[in-house]
Design a protein around this ligand. Structure first.
Ligand SMILES: N[C@@H](CCC(=O)N[C@@H](CS)C(=O)NCC(=O)O)C(=O)O
Length: 206
């Protein structure tokens, strides 16, 4: 059976869990990382030498990097669900996965840690304000794209929606001041209607 290593409250782990749920793949989730430890052990480092989560093992095949895991699961188990055949349409969808990692993940971490994870007396307000400004500018770009299509993947939900969808949950649920992004919010509401999203992503932030 597919093994997914990683604690379920990690944004990157949620991507793998959500993809498995969407594709109805039977899997075992082994909590790892954070308070669960495990990631520094030689056994885990043989699966992921980065000591990070998520990682998967599938019939003896080990893989790390959350976006790659999502693409792998969709390619192996998707039967054309979640992945588009046409190269241009597929690339248009997948670019949002890489964009989320390169443009959102860093500033988002500053907001998330200084709002949710750290105790109030340890929070860095300047880093949070900078992260909020940078995230807001990036979400503006996604909002503009979603003005003319229901999903980042195009007309239908697909892998392109999964990374940002995981960040969107925390973005909209954290007690922060956000700019009004109506198309982004409408997309988030569409994700919230998906049972797999509710199960894998919409869990308490702490
Ligand atoms: N680029 C990697 C980043 C993985 C990553 O940084 N994961 C974090 C959790 S979101 C982690 O492992 N943190 C250490 C820990 O949880 O112990 C990916 O997308 O898989």
């Amino acid at each position: 059976m597919l093994k997914i290593w990683g604690r379920g409250n990690s944004t990157n782990v949620k991507k793998a869990l959500w993809a498995a749920e969407e594709l109805s793949i039977p899997y075992e989730n082994i909590p790892a990382g954070g308070a669960h430890g495990i990631v520094a052990s030689p056994e885990y480092r043989a699966i992921n030498p980065n000591s990070r989560v998520p990682a998967i093992e599938d019939d003896g095949f080990a893989l790390w990097e959350s976006n790659t895991i999502v693409r792998y699961l969709a390619a192996k188990y998707g039967e054309a669900r979640l992945l588009i055949a046409d190269p241009a349409a597929r690339a248009s969808a997948e670019k949002w996965m890489d964009w989320t990692t390169s443009s959102i993940a860093g500033p988002f971490r500053d907001v998330f840690w200084n709002t949710v994870r750290l105790a109030p007396d340890q929070q860095d307000h300047a880093a949070k304000a900078k992260g909020l400004a940078e995230c807001s500018a990036m979400f503006e770009i996604a909002d503009a794209a979603l003005a003319s299509q229901p999903y980042l993947s195009g007309e239908d939900f697909g892998v392109g929606d999964i990374p940002l969808g995981c960040f969107a949950y925390a973005w909209f649920e954290m007690p922060i001041t956000r700019p009004d992004h109506p198309h982004l919010f409408a997309w988030y509401e569409r994700l919230r209607a998906r049972p797999a999203y509710r199960k894998a992503v919409m869990i308490p932030l702490t």
